[in-house]
Ligand binder design. Structure first.
Ligand SMILES: Nc1ncnc2c1ncn2[C@@H]1O[C@H](COP(=O)(O)OP(=O)(O)O)[C@@H](O)[C@H]1O
Ligand SMILES: [Mg+2]
Length: 431
């Protein structure tokens, strides 16, 4: 069986995405082949995996070359093999995505793991390969599915979202594939299912780990045949829907426990993206606080809420089991419940810390049980904020003037103001 001729394509300008797609199709074909002996399958799979790694490496190298030629001022010759190019900074990676017209759909942050995920999404988007997104609840899985849809050729076609955990078993098949009038009690009309609605577009299967085994079998069938049958109908209907699935469960564990089909897992996870929990990207919490502080103020038509130092300190150190969703909701809550200034008392009771036992520490606004490093950082942040406030007062809120006085880059100054939730307009003389 002639599967793939690595030399054959050498001359053509083949995109990485197309090449990857070929390899993945080959791997998938091998997995499902029934008439090849196992040792041959293993051997061919090994070859395919090696090939795939090579492509990944090439693509990685290409990224470096882009980054190096973007910063040509540094004088580094692109492709200089002897000295490997320095890893591009996260800022450069985000800039490079922007320069390639990547659609972020509001995805925010420069964490390396998040950028890894966005770069994979960028490569996967133009293909029709299924993508599996995993990560804890609130890490942005659904947002990532939208990013993949928005960056692909199906962007102007339907995007249909299905929460597999929210549909009762008895309705699942009808919900996904539709039904014919009279197929069951209550089926008073013909009805289109989600797959048909997603024709030519993308279907997002959220909480795929919750899909019961019979539903998994049916889904597998659709993935193999690209055809569906409405419940109660013999007619087969072709559907062309790109699948993005998400889970906060460890599917490999579910496979071991026998509640998730291994073959379905491999079908769905041709491209696998993992999103980092917020506790692994703590450096971004100040920016997220500022971002959602502004967003909630706008939504609630109010001035951005000012955080007391001890509340800010709490928000910076909190573990956020609900990840970005929890942080976002907290900022909306604070914006809604607090007047001008929010304090610990505005936090939901279940996460509100006990007030400091030590009166002195309370006076200083610093909880008693913080490490030396944390206390230092909090003090340094606080000094920075006071300094920025005074500076803005002195220049009547003119950031350009303050940047000139302090001999600072204006955009860096803007970032610092954002970090502290300070708005130059609040310092204008007319106020
Ligand atoms: N990187 C990010 N940048 C900006 N907002 C984000 C990011 N990740 C998640 N969010 C926001 O957090 C909330 C939860 O995201 P969602 O995609 O629903 O998470 P999940 O599906 O993993 O539970 C949404 O409001 C989403 O817009
Ligand atoms: Mg979700």
């Amino acid at each position: 069986m002639k599967l793939f001729n690595p030399g054959g394509e050498r001359g053509s300008a083949m995109s990485y995405a197309a090449l990857l797609e070929k390899i993945e199709i080959m791997r998938s074909t091998l997995r499902w082949a029934t008439r090849i002996e196992r040792p041959d399958i293993e051997k061919l799979l090994r070859q395919a995996n090696t090939l795939r790694d090579e492509v990944m490496q090439l693509s990685h190298k290409e990224r470096f070359v882009h980054a190096v030629s973007a910063g040509a001022a540094s004088g580094t010759a692109p492709g200089a093999e002897a000295e490997p190019a320095a890893e591009p900074s996260t800022g450069e990676r985000r800039q490079a995505l922007l320069a390639r017209s990547f659609v972020f759909e509001g995805t925010f942050g420069d964490n390396p793991k998040l950028l890894d995920a966005l770069e994979i999404a960028e490569k996967a988007a133009p293909t029709d390969l299924p993508v599996l997104v995993d990560g804890e609840s609130g890490t942005g899985k659904e947002l990532m599915a939208k990013v993949i849809h928005a960056n692909g050729s199906r962007a102007d076609k339907p995007y249909i979202s299905v929460n597999c955990g929210a549909i009762p078993d008895s309705l699942l098949e009808s919900e996904l594939f539709g039904h014919k009038k009279g197929a069951f009690t209550g089926a008073s009309n013909d009805r289109k299912g989600k797959f048909e609605s997603a024709h030519k577009g993308t279907i997002f299967l959220d909480e795929i780990g919750e899909l019961p085994l019979p539903g998994q079998v049916k889904l597998l069938r659709v993935l193999q045949s690209h055809e569906i049958q409405r419940v109660g109908s013999d007619e087969t209907i072709s559907v062309d829907a790109r699948i993005v699935a998400a889970t906060n469960k460890n599917l490999r564990k579910l496979i071991e426990q026998g509640t998730f089909r291994e073959d379905l897992f491999y079908r769905l996870s041709v491209i696998h993206v993992t999103l980092p929990p917020l506790r692994d990207r703590k450096d971004e919490i100040p920016l997220l606080i500022a971002y959602y502080g502004d967003e909630s103020a706008e939504a609630l038509k109010r001035r951005p809420v000012v955080l007391t130092p001890r509340l800010r300190d709490f928000l910076l150190r909190y573990s956020y089991p609900g990840n970005i969703r929890e942080l976002r909701n907290l900022m909306y809550r604070l914006s809604c419940l607090a007047g001008e200034t929010a304090d610990l008392s505005h936090l939901p009771e279940d996460i509100r810390p006990a007030l400091p036992r030590n009166a002195k520490a309370q006076a200083a606004g610093t909880p008693a049980e913080v490490s030396l490093a944390e206390a230092k950082r909090a003090a340094s942040d606080e000094a920075e904020r006071i300094c920025l406030e005074r500076g803005l007062q002195e220049v009547g809120g003119t950031v350009a003037e303050l940047a000139r006085r302090w001999d600072m880059n204006r955009s860096h100054l803007q970032i610092l103001l954002k970090k502290h939730g300070l708005h130059s307009k609040d310092f204008r003389k007319e106020h």
